[in-house]
Design a protein around this ligand. Structure first.
Ligand SMILES: *[C@@H]1O[C@H](CO)[C@@H](O)[C@H](O)[C@H]1NC(C)=O
Ligand SMILES: *[C@@H]1O[C@H](CO)[C@@H](O)[C@H](O)[C@H]1NC(C)=O
Ligand SMILES: *[C@@H]1O[C@H](CO)[C@@H](O)[C@H](O)[C@H]1NC(C)=O
Length: 632
């Protein structure tokens, strides 16, 4: 313990001395008491489960019975009590209230922390009622207060000192609609980072406040000494934020953010810790949709690859559709035509473009995954598939397998990383939330939260500044080709303009995103509420004076359709490959008209049931026939 604290102290100093003003890892509600003095009762074992919820979009102007063409603010129309499901209307407060009640009654004692990925204010979509900055902050404060009402506690320190704190960490980030004008976010510190720092006072670890005000990003250590959440400010990566320009120029906040992320991951590696990343805008990048500036995507994908021993997974919102994406560390140059907002139709186009990407994934030889699974079940972490047969045919088979493994970055598919996108609470389809399970092997005596010990952040120690400022590696093979090309054009010996992170040590076992171990994501349960059904019940007088929302299970990742034994990158690779199957023939088809009819089999070609399930789940089970009627 002492050496860890010392190390952290050294790093802390090195970092705060850097021009970026970076701070080390954050601690939820640090305590002045040394470890031993905390009451036993405060130790809470990890449960291996957390909540991801996103895009609430609460709207105080929402009125049931109004027109969906008038933002559900006025006129006569079908806007329902808990929201206008399947429309672009924002959410009534009743939906937020009932969702928090449901969380309190069903999840409160089940989860270790909450990932809350932004867009916590209404859209600026009513010219009769333009938003104000105060309204945005008030709505954010309203939701923050709800979290505090569920998870807030008071801690008595010493004789009379009562300190408010959270029983579990809630980790926020802001979305592109949590500012004015929406999408536009300047370099920090700015009025938004300052105001959010106040509203999220209970959520941002004390020693991260300065960092947050500077850049809108922070780190929270949610399992002491083991797991940290890194809250990214994706506004600096977001292509639609015209106030900034990507991640390559040193003057850009995106550059600074990537540097900060690199240092955080480096510190976590040195402490043998793992990280979950979260943000609002996901790194979507396909022929139909590009969310991030290309320079940011490249760095992110490179960072994810180099720190593949540290990063457990990453969670995003913003797109309101349930899906995932694979970042391919071998790819940087694809033509991307799309910018800006996607319409409903192009949401389907976007999903199809993902499928097209996935249908060109290296195609797995039959039985390879079963074989790999049986090897990892035996606990053999070595990276070779055992050669079994010696005859010619067997050898050929082995060669094919090896070739496939070489293509995907070895038996753990380390060429790829995964980003998960949760669908929204605002009922663009049905309101939805996600509970993720993770592996807690060997964490029996580890407690949640960081009230067990404090790291003394020693501001006087020094010595690592120089180390942190030197380029970490010159391994050209891992530098994106585009940058490599530039290098070659200039000077073969010249280093890239930015620091390329060191890869995992050659003896390091694969990280939790790749092989099942402590903190590996095991699966998730997607919950939704069928508002159509609920509104029918309300209309029939079956819900009484206080209608209630009940979230039910939409699907789980280990069900008969997805069949994911865990959420490792290889499992996502398998799922993506299965969704991509038969893609070549079907990709011309119109998703809305043909694939919308889930049950029938109009096509002559064999139906890819997984692709259909993926689409249905993308829209949270909302009937997609109605998608044609929507305009975003
Ligand atoms: C939601 O809860 C707040 C208190 O947090 C309350 O003031 C408000 O009236 C509730 N609104 C609805 C529509 O239930
Ligand atoms: C968690 O990881 C360990 C390996 O460290 C493995 O033996 C165990 O089966 C995993 N647990 C689950 C539920 O997958
Ligand atoms: C939601 O409820 C409606 C009305 O009861 C029903 O027709 C529909 O099938 C339900 N949808 C799902 C996904 O359960």
């Amino acid at each position: 313990m002492q050496s860890i604290c010392l190390l952290l102290g050294l790093f802390a100093d090195a970092i705060s001395a850097s021009p970026l003003g970076q701070q080390p890892l954050g601690h939820i509600s640090p305590t002045e008491l040394p470890a031993g003095q905390l009451a036993e009762g405060l130790r809470k074992p990890v449960r291996g489960r957390f909540l991801h919820i996103t895009d609430f979009h609460p709207d105080r102007l929402y009125k049931p019975g109004t027109s969906i063409d008038r933002s559900c603010h006025r006129g006569d129309g079908p806007a329902g009590y808990f929201g206008a499901e399947g429309t672009e209307c924002d959410a009534p407060l009743s939906l937020a209230n009932e969702t928090f009640r449901w969380i309190e009654e069903n999840l409160k004692d089940e989860i270790d922390f909450v990932i809350w990925t932004g867009d916590s204010a209404r859209h600026d979509n009513d010219e009769k009622h333009p938003r104000t900055a105060d309204e945005i902050m008030e709505l954010n404060a309203f939701l923050s207060q709800k979290w505090i009402s569920i998870f807030g506690e008071e801690e008595v320190r010493g004789t009379s000192n009562v300190v408010p704190k959270m029983s579990i960490p809630v980790i926020p980030t802001f979305g592109n609609n949590d500012m004015m004008p929406h999408n536009i976010f300047n370099e920090g510190p700015n009025k938004w980072t300052k105001r959010f720092a106040e509203i999220w006072n209970q959520f941002i670890p004390e020693d991260q406040r300065h960092t947050f005000v500077e850049g809108g990003w922070f780190t929270a250590e949610v399992v002491p000494g083991r797991l940290a959440i890194i809250s990214l400010n994706t506004m600096y990566f977001f292509d639609s934020n015209s106030a900034v320009d990507g991640c390559n120029a040193k003057s850009e906040p995106g550059y600074e953010h990537m540097e900060w992320l690199r240092v955080q991951l480096k510190i976590l590696r040195s402490r043998n810790m793992k990280a979950i990343l979260m943000g609002h805008v996901p790194p979507a990048r396909s022929s139909e949709k590009k969310n991030w500036d290309e320079t940011c995507w490249q760095k992110y994908t490179l960072w994810m690859h180099q720190y593949r021993d540290v990063v457990v997974g990453s969670f995003y919102g913003h797109m309101n559709i349930d899906h995932f994406m694979l970042q391919d560390s071998n790819k940087v140059n694809i033509d991307s035509k799309a910018h800006g907002k996607v319409s409903i139709n192009s949401k389907a186009d976007y999903l199809e473009s993902l499928r097209n990407q996935w249908s060109s994934l290296p195609s797995p030889p039959p039985g390879i995954f079963e074989e790999l699974d049986s090897i990892s079940n035996l606990g053999d972490l070595s990276s070779e598939v055992e050669p079994v047969k010696k005859d010619k045919r067997g050898k050929k088979k082995e060669k094919k397998k090896q070739k496939f493994l070489d293509k995907i970055g070895g038996p753990w598919a380390e060429r790829y990383s995964v980003s998960l996108v949760s669908p929204s609470l605002v009922p663009n389809f049905f309101p939805s939330l996600r509970v993720i399970d993770y592996n807690i092997t060997g964490l029996d005596d580890v407690a949640r939260r960081v009230d067990l010990f404090t790291h003394a952040v020693d501001d006087t120690a020094s010595g690592l500044d120089a180390e942190i400022d030197t380029p970490e590696t010159s391994d050209d093979s891992l530098i994106p080709p585009e940058i490599q090309k530039k290098k070659k054009d200039k000077d073969k010996k010249k280093k890239p303009k930015f620091k390329v992170p060191e890869p995992p040590s050659s003896t390091a076992p694969p990280g939790p995103a790749y092989s099942n171990q402590a903190f590996t994501l095991l699966g998730y349960t997607q919950y939704y509420s069928n508002l159509t059904k609920l509104h029918e019940q309300i209309a029939a007088g079956e819900q009484g004076d206080n209608p209630r929302i009940d979230y039910e299970i939409e699907y789980t990742t280990n069900d008969d359709v997805y069949q994911m034994k865990d959420l490792t990158v290889r499992s996502f690779f398998q799922l993506a490959a299965r969704i991509g199957e038969e893609g070549a023939e079907e990709k011309q088809s119109d998703v809305n008209s043909q694939d919308a009819d889930w049950s029938s089999n109009k096509k002559k070609k064999p139906v890819n049931g997984i692709w259909r399930a993926f689409l249905r789940r993308a829209f949270v089970g909302f009937p997609v026939d109605d998608l044609d009627d929507l305009d975003e």
